[in-house]
Write a protein that binds this ligand. Structure first.
Ligand code: UDP
Ligand code: MG
Length: 322
């Protein structure tokens, strides 16, 4: 029977962890009892450099129950890197992996459907939110805008899919070949290909604790999502430059005509507005190009995307208990 691993990134999640563990225990026990998955399946918590009690809780779960294991990252590397660390660590042991958030905002009752889809031959199953009524107004709308903007820029992502997904072993092995440091898994996974399907669910409320995505993290995530997948913004700047160049030629002709027909006027306001407009556009454009150069800089360094401090494997568990 096939082994299912759940990979769950956790950053300062001491408030939700115990409840999450209990709910997942029930879920996994049922799946094992009904012979849907192997009894050697696991729940892997990835501690993304939490500064609260999260890792101690994970150690405790692991000690008391072999269903639970953990990976301790050497420091906070962000949600996407934590997910990747989890996937790469368990890929040899697992036949399929489901990634989900620690706060269980993603309904765990659709795990059964994920597995059904996997069993009929899908390598990737995307969880897609039917409704986001329970998200805050800001979160819901900013996320929708990002999806729309990315679509507009021609980036292939699954609408309203976050990182709740199942991947088969071979899909994860292929994922490893994507070496980018600016990680945006939602954009990369569709590039792997293979047969996929979509399962719909309702997004729940976070049952305890606060969102770990600060505005800053959200913005940099959105920027990564766009700049790692398309150079359209740079093309747009080129186009803009060209259009402004055409306008300036027309302006030149217009000015010359006015000049030679002796109709020069004191054009202070028009000069001022164009100076500001062009100045602003230039700064904006340089900024966008700088963003891409920054990306290139980070990619050429090819620094490790995560560093694992400790992995609570079963082998170690037996040694420890000896
Ligand atoms: N997370 C993480 N590292 C971070 C930020 C978040 O591992 O730097 C985890 C967090 O613990 C949670 C998941 O990513 O399991 C999603 O975060 P959260 O629920 O706070 O985001 P939201 O649901 O508000 O988008
Ligand atoms: Mg959440």
């Amino acid at each position: 029977m096939e082994k299912l691993y759940l990979v769950i990134p956790c950053y300062n999640e001491e408030d939700v962890l115990a409840e999450t563990k209990d709910r997942l225990k029930i879920k996994m026990t049922n799946l094992i009892k009904n012979k849907v998955i192997s009894a050697h399946s696991k729940v892997v918590f990835v501690n993304d450099g939490s500064i609260d009690n999260t890792w101690n809780l994970i150690l405790d779960f692991h000690k008391k129950d072999k269903l639970f294991t953990g990976i301790n990252l050497s420091r906070n590397r962000g949600h996407q890197n934590a997910l990747l660390a989890g996937l790469m660590t368990v890929k040899d042991d697992a036949d399929m992996v489901i990634t989900l958030d620690c706060d269980l905002q993603d309904d765990i009752d659709v795990i059964d459907k994920f597995i059904e889809e996997y069993k009929i031959g899908n390598d990737i199953v995307y969880g897609v939110r039917k409704s986001r009524k329970k998200d805050t107004f800001f979160k819901r709308n900013s996320a929708l805008m990002l999806y729309k903007l990315m679509r507009l820029l021609g980036i292939e992502i699954i609408y309203n899919h976050a990182d709740y997904r199942l991947m088969s072993k071979r899909a994860i092995i292929e994922l490893e070949k994507f070496r980018e440091v600016n990680l945006f898994l939602r954009g990369i996974v569709p590039l792997i290909g293979y047969k996929y399907s979509i399962v719909y669910y309702d997004r729940q409320e976070r049952f305890a604790g606060k969102s770990k995505y600060s505005l800053k993290k959200m913005l940099s995530f959105a920027l990564d999502g766009i700049t790692s997948f398309t150079i359209k913004p740079i093309r747009f700047i080129v186009l803009l430059g060209f259009v402004i160049f055409l306008i300036s030629i027309m302006m030149l002709i217009y000015t010359l005509i006015r000049h030679f027909s002796g109709q020069t006027i004191i054009g202070w306001s028009s000069v001022m507005t164009s100076v500001w407009a062009i100045g602003g556009l230039q700064l904006f454009s340089i900024g966008i190009i700088g963003e891409y150069i920054g990306k290139i800089y980070l990619e050429t360094k090819a620094r490790p995307r995560y560093i694992i401090e400790e992995y609570l494997s079963d082998k170690k568990r037996n040694q420890n208990s000896n």
